[in-house]
Design a protein around this ligand. Structure first.
Ligand code: SF4
Length: 295
């Protein structure tokens, strides 16, 4: 039996930063809210609620309380509204997400037709769209590129997409455009996790992907993995079934950028238990074979 974890699994820089900002803000405030879940992980959102940080889904539910802006950011008009209402804003937007918004605004102001690689329903993409003056085209892959010809196109991506998809989108655009400006806004944390998951999937008999079912980057890890090997995407250890491991030798474990350490540790312990090892239970993520923390 061999259970390994993909390098850099778990919290990325932006998520660690957002949680730290939220917890620090909560120390000085009795009433504090996040506008939308601070990260896409229900277990972490619940834990923060226990610390007094409530999640509200709409500006109308803020009721004057200090408000944390989640790691994915919010729409430009929402921020303006909060400022107008005099709400204390605690901005935990990941700097890479903010940078993508700046690029979108600049390209739009320079007259480029903007094409976004991303999920049109994801809050990050909705926020990004709000920084662009004209109508935008949002595609999830190259198949979404229509037959229109464009003079000047600016291509940007949701931070958690896949480089290969971005390359294919650009390739599909080349015959239809006079000028294309591509800004690779897929963040490094995303790319590293995808590469290490791909490597581990190739050498495993089974992969377990851990993270929010609503987490874009976790879903992408599952998609990459299932191209090579049987893959289960779970949120918590109790979803694991012992029968999955029958006749399996090499098990790979990976986790999205918003999956907390304690959830990953619980999943690892459940896997080894299912495989008949009751002596190797661990307490810390760094005790999982091959674990390497993001630098
Ligand atoms: S995945 Fe990248 S962009 Fe998203 S929060 Fe983490 S570091 Fe920031």
């Amino acid at each position: 039996m061999n259970v390994k974890i993909a390098k850099n699994s778990g919290f990325c820089f932006g998520v660690k930063r957002a949680i730290k900002i939220a917890l620090e803000a909560a120390k000085g405030n009795h009433e504090i809210v996040t506008l939308g879940p601070i990260i896409h992980n229900p277990q972490m959102v619940k834990k923060l609620e226990d610390e007094g940080i409530k999640n509200v889904d709409d500006v109308s539910a803020i009721n004057g309380r200090p408000t944390i802006i989640r790691s994915h950011g919010v729409k430009r008009e929402t921020l303006l509204q909060l400022k107008k209402d005099g709400v204390e804003i605690i901005n935990a937007t990941c700097p890479y997400v903010s940078k993508t918004q700046e690029y979108a605004q600049e390209l739009s102001e320079e007259g480029y037709k903007i094409i976004i690689l991303g999920d049109k329903n994801h809050p990050e993409v909705q926020a990004l769209k709000s920084y662009i003056k004209e109508e935008v085209v949002i595609v999830t892959n190259a198949n979404g590129i229509d037959n229109k010809n464009y003079q000047r196109v600016g291509v940007i991506s949701q931070t958690t997409r896949n480089v290969k998809d971005l390359q294919e989108v650009v390739q599909a655009l080349v015959p239809r455009c006079h000028e294309i400006r591509v800004i690779n806004t897929i963040c490094n944390a995303t790319t590293i996790r995808q590469e290490s998951t791909l490597k581990l999937a190739k050498e495993s008999d089974l992969m377990i992907v851990v993270g929010g079912k609503n987490s874009s980057n976790t879903k992408m890890l599952a998609k990459i993995s299932e191209n090579f090997v049987k893959t289960y995407h779970i949120e918590i250890e109790c979803e694991i079934e012992e029968k999955w491991f029958k006749d399996k030798e090499n098990i790979g474990l990976t986790a999205g950028a918003s999956t907390p350490d304690w959830v990953i540790v619980g999943v690892y312990n459940k896997i080894i238990k299912c495989m008949g090892d009751i002596n190797s239970k661990i307490e810390r993520i760094k005790d999982i074979p091959e674990f390497e923390e993001e630098r």
